[in-house]
Design a protein around this ligand. Structure first.
Ligand SMILES: Cc1ncc(COP(=O)(O)O)c(C=O)c1O
Length: 393
């Protein structure tokens, strides 16, 4: 991988040590140009002219095809969304729930998993069961806790592929195997998945996987995709609907809904420039290759964990080795509040990380473009904070 050549295409990394791709990735020039070009094309050529409308459809189709290829699914199983949370809501609120059904999730989850689940609990009488894990639970421990939590009433397992707070990669295939043949749906929050680790929907075997374009894929805000396994499509009824939901309708109250096409989730007008950026982001990623990106990110994250672990007063809370690891590295500095450490590193050194909660810490997202030098700078900055005199309690 030509890291320097790739970095030259990412303007943000010329200006700072960027360790926050898990929140939002820095777009490369081809993505920025694709958005600009499309916006100009629409603005200068009649935004509703037949050519512009037709090419907008073509961009959406290509984006779906590109995402489908990236995750080994069919384009008929991919809906374009604006972000991960939207896709999770589409599924959760569109399935036929019965009072007493149980959703099993875990305590490390992002609010985008917990809050839609709690909302459903209040609205539809389902019960949310929270499995208690720690940031360095092993896959064996996680699988056995999920196995214990499943009951004949379990209707869904809903969790992140990669936990945002600590980077723990969940044993989703093993959990899937536990649920198979028991009428249990599997919905995955893939916010930290695409552009970070290799994805294969057929291999995972989940029913639903929701993902963003704006994080590790380095696409623009306002882009994402939802995978719905073909066999599940008819079970999910859109909750927000527009004219694409109708197979036929008239002005007299007659209406036949579309049931068997992913197009039923397209609500109304969207932004073709952003879709063009999303498409280009997937292409940019594919030119490097998911395996190459994942291996590089893992290697650089391991380098950072080793450096941090050697600093007195610093504790890495992310998994240290094994299949649980990813490019997300979370750590604490004794006597320093995570938000203060994040602010100090940004202000004095232009190093961008973020504070996370549950468990609380400083999170560095280590992406393929992060260099050895940037990792050394981050570790040095942490060493400085760890050594600084602390106010007496
Ligand atoms: C695990 C997880 N879920 C959901 C989200 C929200 O993602 P989005 O902004 O794409 O809705 C994030 C964002 O950081 C996340 O890490």
């Amino acid at each position: 991988m030509d890291i320097e050549g790739l970095r030259r295409q990412i303007p943000t990394v010329q200006k700072m040590a960027y360790f926050n791709t898990g929140w939002e990735g820095p777009s490369p020039v081809p993505v920025i140009e694709a958005i600009k070009e499309r916006l100009e094309y629409e603005s200068y050529n009649g935004p509703s002219s037949p050519e512009v409308l037709e090419s907008a459809e073509s961009i959406a189709r290509q984006a779906k095809e590109a995402v489908a290829k990236l995750v080994n699914a069919s384009p008929d199983e991919i809906a374009l969304t604006e972000n991960t949370t939207e896709g999770l809501n589409v599924v959760l609120n569109g399935l036929p729930w019965m009072a007493g059904d149980e959703i099993v999730t875990c305590n490390l989850e992002h609010p985008s998993v917990l809050l839609p689940s709690y909302n459903l609990q209040q609205r539809a009488g389902v019960k949310v069961k929270v499995v208690i894990l720690s940031s360095n639970s092993t896959h064996d421990e996680i699988v056995s806790k999920f196995e214990e939590a499943l009951t004949p009433k379990t209707r869904m397992v809903f969790l992140s592929h990669i936990e945002y707070s600590c980077g723990l990669r969940m044993p989703i295939k093993r959990i899937r195997r536990l649920t198979q043949g028991r009428g249990i749906w599997m919905l995955l929050d893939g916010a930290q998945g695409p552009g970070h680790v290799r994805l294969d929907m057929r291999d995972i075997g989940c029913d639903f996987y929701s993902m963003p374009g704006h994080k590790w894929l380095l696409g623009p805000d306002g882009t994402g995709a939802l995978y719905i396994r073909k066999e599940m499509l008819e079970q999910v009824r859109p909750v927000r609907v527009g004219y694409r939901f109708a197979k036929s309708f008239d002005q007299a109250g007659n209406f036949v809904p579309l049931t068997d096409s992913i197009d039923k989730f397209r609500v109304s007008t969207t932004s073709a420039p952003l879709r063009a950026g999303h498409l280009e982001a997937v292409r940019f990623h594919q030119r490097i290759g998911s395996d190459t990106v994942e291996q590089r990110s893992l290697a650089q994250a391991a380098r950072l964990k080793t450096a941090l672990s050697a600093i007195p007063g610093v504790r890495v809370t992310s998994p240290l080795e094994g299949p649980e690891c990813t490019g997300l590295v979370t750590f604490t500095i004794e006597g320093v509040a995570p938000a203060d450490a994040v602010a100090a590193m940004w202000k004095t050194q232009r190093i961008l990380t973020r504070a996370v909660a549950f468990p609380s810490g400083i999170r560095a997202s280590v992406a393929f473009f992060n260099t050895d030098d940037e990792i050394a700078r981050l570790a040095e900055a942490v060493r400085g904070l760890a050594k600084a005199p602390k106010p007496r309690a």
